[in-house]
Design a binder for this molecule. Structure first.
Ligand SMILES: Cc1cc2nc3c(=O)[nH]c(=O)nc-3n(C[C@H](O)[C@H](O)[C@H](O)COP(=O)(O)OP(=O)(O)OC[C@H]3O[C@@H](n4cnc5c(N)ncnc54)[C@H](O)[C@@H]3O)c2cc1C
Length: 583
């Protein structure tokens, strides 16, 4: 039986990404893939063949890293190729182009993939090694297993009696003629449900999307790419401009096929907001019912009883720790499953999990191969050292795609000791706050990106954020994505600070771009000084305090005219008042 250090199960984007790093490190690994090609998931999904991951190819700034912020499909490589931008010009690309891209990525980087190899069981032998068997009885042993099996099976809600008789998102007939002038019930509240509704919106007579007992969430409201995307909003608009279709608070409880080939449906509608709160029970009938209730990301049937990883969330996801290890030691998960720990950034999507996978690879190198975590050392004994470090940090924050996509999930850590600062790159925030070397260290700053909408009153309309944040109030009023700095002493959070938000998320001299000349004020390096002060408060490098006073250099401020009534028109007022600027 061949023994390997790593076996990666699945050659989807996640498995390929991890295989790339294993190949570059020269590890003994193999990817076992059930299908004859990589990226097989995208050969059939999404059903209407358009990806939701943006392919924004022109971004005005030259740095490749910065441009990766807006390329949500390419996999990471030191060579920076292949890039998906060369496979499609569509902003919302075609799934078939992505299959082509993944195939070329696997070939170009000579990844060790065994196709047509469906893993049938994973056990452990007496020596504690994993033993992997495929459906044809072939066996391998290995030290560590990395599951990149993606969406393994449709998720069947257990609280709907007869759900099995509904058509499924994954294989329902998408020929719109079948639904012409018919009534259609779609069960679900995510992108798949609205993708199907959009596709049928012009042919079906009436479409009801049963979204359950709470309003749906739109990605532009929550800034989470997994919520309903605007490209899937047609049906919602039709609902609100009274075009018959509707997204309704129905909780479907029972489905029965009827002789006319349709469905009798029993649904509940919760009305806690009525003067007399209660539940309505509705008897409904539709010609078609389509289940769009998502997928499962666990395969308990593959594992021996003694080795079955714990799962959660209705057995949809594996339970994962801060290094994406399952409850079974040395069994890790990559890809969409990583989303179990992240319902804000992009861990469920290619543009997020590609960075999680790079971080995981580096943690594996550190944990099993004695490699130090990636870091950069800076001297920190003088004001000029401070300026060097702050400038380097601002350059990084102006370009990094990893911290940008994985806001609140991945961070850089500044560790201060003996007159120097060591910056560790792209570590999971949860891991840093758990690991003694960081969590009990005398003096660290954790730097990550985050949104600031939460400090505005609940329900503030995101579309009301149309102006710059109030300069007279505080950079702490930053609503859009911005860098946050948290200073910990011996694991205790002692200070939080941040830089303001910026349309391009580029700071200091990296901000310069002709369009930005007009919209974002050049502020003679107030941002560099702000970062120097933040670092200096932690490191006590110098007794100096650097000016943070904004001198507007490219736009003027005029007070509101006395004769014009003041009307804030629902523009969001920041509740936070300004601490004394350091002068
Ligand atoms: C409908 C839908 C649309 C999506 N659209 C997007 C999008 O537009 N952009 C985006 O970024 N994300 C999207 N996602 C989320 C996610 O990125 C994709 O699901 C992506 O496929 C995840 O990659 P993966 O490598 O984790 O899994 P997958 O791409 O699903 O790959 C898993 C691989 O494992 C193989 N496999 C499974 N079981 C076994 C086994 N026992 N033995 C051997 N091989 C096995 C499969 O054949 C498959 O090739 C979408 C998800 C869904 C459900």
């Amino acid at each position: 039986m061949e023994h390997l250090q790593y076996i990666i199960v699945g050659a989807g984007p996640a498995g390929l990404q991890m295989a790339y790093f294993m190949e570059r490190a020269g590890h003994r690994y193999s990817v076992l893939e059930a299908a004859p090609v990589p990226g097989a998931f995208f050969q059939t999904q999404p059903r209407h063949r358009m990806l939701l991951s943006l392919n924004k190819r022109f971004n005005g700034f030259p740095e490749q890293e910065f441009n990766m912020r807006h390329d949500w499909n390419s996999l990471l490589s030191e060579e920076g190729s292949p890039l998906f931008r060369d496979y499609s010009e569509d902003l919302y690309p075609k799934a078939d182009d992505y299959v082509r891209y993944l195939a070329d990525f696997a070939v170009q980087h000579q990844l060790r993939i065994r196709y047509n190899t469906r893993v049938a069981s994973i056990t452990r032998d007496a020596q504690g090694l994993f033993v992997i068997s495929d459906a044809d009885g072939n066996q391998w042993s290995c030290d560590r297993v990395i599951m990149g099996t993606g969406a393994c099976a449709p998720f069947m809600p257990s609280d709907i009696d007869g759900i099995e008789c509904a058509a499924g998102y994954e294989d329902h007939d998408i020929d719109p003629a079948l639904y012409e002038n018919k009534t259609v019930l779609i069960i679900g509240r995510g992108n798949s449900a609205f993708e199907v509704a959009n596709h049928l919106a012009g042919r079906a007579a009436i479409i009801h999307v049963a979204i359950g007992n709470r309003p749906i969430q739109l990605a532009w409201e929550t800034h989470f790419a997994g919520h309903v995307r605007s490209i899937n909003n047609t049906m919602l608009e039709m609902f609100h401009v009274k075009a018959l279709h509707g997204a309704l608070g129905l909780c479907v409880r029972k489905l029965r096929r009827t002789d006319d080939g349709g469905y009798d449906v029993v649904a509940e509608e919760e009305v806690p907001h009525w003067r007399e709160p209660g539940m309505l029970e509705l008897q409904l009938h539709y010609d078609h019912v389509i289940r769009c209730t998502g997928f499962k990301y666990v395969t308990p049937e593959l594992f021996g009883d003694e080795l079955r990883p714990e799962s959660c969330k209705k057995n949809k996801y594996p339970v994962l720790d801060s290094a994406w290890q399952s409850s079974v030691p040395e069994l890790y998960y990559v890809g969409t499953s990583m989303g179990v720990r992240d319902k804000q950034a992009a861990s469920s999507f290619i543009h997020g999990f590609r960075y999680n996978i790079r971080a995981l690879f580096r943690l594996l190198e550190h944990r099993y191969h004695g490699k130090e975590l990636p870091h950069t050392e800076y001297p920190l004994q003088s004001a000029s050292d401070l300026e060097q470090l702050a400038s380097a940090l601002l350059e990084r924050l102006s370009n990094t795609a990893a911290l940008y996509q994985q806001f609140g999930v991945l961070c850089d850590v500044l560790v201060f000791e003996d007159g120097r600062c060591t910056v560790f790159h792209e570590l999971p925030v949860a891991y840093v706050l758990e690991q003694a070397r960081f969590s009990s260290h005398a003096n660290i700053i954790v730097v990550n990106f985050e949104y600031g909408f939460k400090q505005y009153p609940q329900g503030t309309n995101p579309l009301s954020f149309i102006t710059q944040s109030d300069e007279a109030s505080s950079r702490r009023c930053a609503a859009f994505l911005h860098p946050a700095f948290r200073h910990y002493r011996n694991g205790q959070l002692v200070e939080e600070d941040n830089l303001g938000d910026s349309l391009t998320l580029r700071y200091s001299r990296h901000r310069v771009h002709n369009v930005m000349q007009t919209h974002e004020p050049m502020t003679d390096d107030v941002e560099r000084n702000t970062v120097m002060n933040i670092i200096n408060r932690a490191s006590n490098t110098t007794s100096e305090v650097f000016s943070e006073t904004v001198h507007l250099v490219n736009h003027a401020f005029r007070p509101w005219p006395k004769d014009r009534p003041l009307d804030t028109r629902g523009l969001p007022r920041c509740p936070i008042s300004e601490p004394e600027a350091a002068e």
